[in-house]
Ligand binder design. Structure first.
Ligand code: IMP
Length: 183
């Protein structure tokens, strides 16, 4: 029998049910903020890690939104590598728009700092961030997501969009890999 990806998981940190419940709460809070200001945001997913989170989150918005994606690269293996590079830009214009960036995790914060700057340089009216996970212990630049799903300890996690060398993104929960997987 060939191995399945869940065999590599040491333990589950956040279950699918926990994530779904939190997504409903986040969507309600976000929508209320935009609705109070009569704003239709562009919800921009950061490829590829945000895809499952974004798909879950936007299901619970009841008012109009636009969606788009951007791809930047900054990470190889388990350590962040300085500057980010824009691999795929958005299709829609963000000029004069209210952008909500959807990110899987805020780690050092370098990626989001660069992406936020990029949107303001392109003339966005306002840029907010929603992140499924936050690892505040790892932060090296002063940036904070406006909406956070879960704050987690300084541990490398996979699943629900998060990868280790491009694998495990399709796990329906957030987990920690067995140490031998890195060996
Ligand atoms: P930052 O620029 O250091 O904040 O890195 C953000 C990116 O690093 C995220 O979008 C993830 O792709 C990746 N990353 C950070 N921590 C983890 C982790 O625990 N597991 C998988 N990817 C991670």
């Amino acid at each position: 029998m060939s191995k399945i990806i869940s065999d590599d998981i040491d333990h589950v940190l956040l279950s699918e049910e926990q994530i779904e419940t939190r997504c409903k709460e986040l969507a309600a809070a976000i929508e209320k903020d935009y609705e109070d200001r009569h704003i239709t945001p562009i919800v921009v997913g950061m490829l590829k890690g945000s895809v499952p989170f974004m798909a879950e989150l936007i299901k619970y918005f009841r008012h109009p939104i636009e969606i788009d994606f951007i791809s930047v690269s900054s990470y190889q293996g388990t350590e962040s590598v300085g500057d980010v590079k824009i691999d795929k830009d958005m299709d829609l214009s963000s000029k004069g728009k209210n952008v909500l960036i959807v990110e899987d995790i805020v780690d050092t914060g370098r990626t989001l700092r660069e992406v936020k700057k990029l949107f303001y340089n392109k003339g966005a009216e306002d840029v907010k961030i929603v992140a499924l996970l936050d690892k505040p212990e790892r932060r090296v630049v002063d940036i904070q997501a406006d909406y956070i799903g879960f704050t987690i300890p300084n541990e490398f996690v996979v699943g629900y969009g998060l990868d280790y060398n491009q694998r495990y993104r399709n796990l329906p929960y957030i987990g920690v890999l067995k140490p031998e997987v890195y060996a």
